[in-house]
Ligand binder design. Sequence first.
Ligand SMILES: Cc1cc2nc3c(=O)[nH]c(=O)nc-3n(C[C@H](O)[C@H](O)[C@H](O)COP(=O)(O)OP(=O)(O)OC[C@H]3O[C@@H](n4cnc5c(N)ncnc54)[C@H](O)[C@@H]3O)c2cc1C
Length: 393
Amino acid sequence: MDFSVSPKIHQDLKLMRSFVKEELYPIESKRLHESWPTLESTLQPLRDTVKSNGWWAPYFHGNKQGKSYSLVELGLISEVMGASPLGHYVFGSQAPDAGNAELLEAFGSEEQKEQYLKPLVDGKIRSCFAMTEPAVAGSNPTLLEATAEKDGDDYIINAHKWFTSSADGANFAIIMAVTNPEADIYQRSSMLIVDCDNPGFELVRNISIMGEQGAGYFSHAETKFTNCRVPKTALIGAEGEGFKLAQTRLGPGRIHHCMRWLGIADRALKMHCDYAKTRMIGHKRSLADSDITKQRIAENAANIAAAKALVLQTAWQIEHQGFKAARFNISMIKYFTANVLQKSLDDAIQAMGGLGMTDDTILAYFFRHERAARIYDGPDEVHQVSVAKQLLK
Ligand SMILES: Cc1cc2nc3c(=O)[nH]c(=O)nc-3n(C[C@H](O)[C@H](O)[C@H](O)COP(=O)(O)OP(=O)(O)OC[C@H]3O[C@@H](n4cnc5c(N)ncnc54)[C@H](O)[C@@H]3O)c2cc1C
C-alpha cells in the first residue's frame, strides 16, 4: 500500500489549508449563526475563489473545472476542508450533494445527468437524500415502509421520512422506497428522484437538533410524500437496486466523512494544546504542565494518527481491491473515527473549562453537530456487530 501523494497534491493541500485557515476560520463562528440566505450570499464569493483555483467539487471525476483525485488524495483534501464547518460547502463537496452526485454519475441516465447532476456539481442547485423514516429503525434499511407503486408510466410515492438533511431549499430529493414488496428484502426497494416542487412533496419542518434549528444547507427536515407522482424515468438504475445503490453511495462517503472528522479532531487537539500552554492554573504553572493534560494530548494524538492510517488504508483498498474487499475496514473506520473525534472534542472542551461550553470558540458547535457522527450512516453498534461477526466467523 502506498499513501504517498505527488508534490503537486502536497502543494494543493498546503494552499487549501491556508485558504481554510485564512478565509474560513475568522468568519465561521459569527456566520454560522446567520440566516441561511445571508450565509449563502456571504459564502458565494469564497465559492467563486475555490472555483477559480480549480479546487471545486474535487470528488467529482467528470468535473472539467476541477481535477480528478484518487480516493486517498480526496481523503486528505476532505481532512483539510473538514477543519471548518463551512469548508465542504465552500469547496462544493457538501453532504448529501456529493454522495448524490456520485450516485448519479455512476447510475444515472443521460437525461438525469443533464437535468440534475450537471447543475448539482456546478453548485447551482442543492439536493437531499430521503431514506430514514421515523416509524422504523433507520439502521436497517430493509425495514423501509415508504412505497413507490407503479401506475402506468409513473410511480406514486407515499412516504414519511425524517432527517432529510438539507431539504430546505433543495431542488430535488433522492428517495428510497419499496417498489417490489414481494421480492427478497435486499431487492425490494429502489431509488427515485423527486423534484421538491412536486405537489406531493411536503417539507413538514426543519427539526431542531441539539438546540439548533438549522436552515438551508444546514437543515435536517421531516418530509412527507403523499400520492407523489413521478415518471418512471425518475428511477435511478434498475428497479430493486435501492439497497445496492445505498451501499455503493456509502463506501466513498464514509471516507469523506471520516477524513472530515479527522480534520476536526486534529483542529480540536491543536486548540487544546494552544490553550493549555497559555492557561495558568497556578503560580508559574500552566495547564500544559499538568500530567493529566499531557496524557490526554498524547492519547488524542495517537488516536488521530491511528484513525488516519486506517482511513487511508481503507481508501486505498476501496480503490485497488473494490468495495467488497474493503467492507470490513469501512465498518471499522466508521465507529473508530467517530469516537476518536468525540474524544478529541470532549477533551479540548474539558481543557477550556467554561470557555469550552461557549460559542466563543468553534468547539461547542462541533460538539453539538458531530455527536451525530456516531449515529448517521450506521450507528456504532451496527458496524461493531458487523466487524465482530466477521472476526468470529
Ligand atoms: C444529523 C443527522 C443527519 C442525518 N442525515 C440523513 C439524511 O440526509 N438522510 C437520511 O435518510 N437519513 C439521515 N440521517 C438518519 C440516520 O442515518 C439515522 O438516524 C441512522 O441510520 C439511525 O437510524 P434511526 O435513527 O432510525 O435509529 P435506530 O435504527 O432506531 O437505532 C437506534 C439505536 O439503536 C441501536 N441499534 C440499532 N441497530 C442495532 C443493532 N443491530 N445492534 C445493536 N444496537 C443497535 C443504536 O444505538 C442506535 O443508535 C441523519 C441523522 C442525523 C442524526
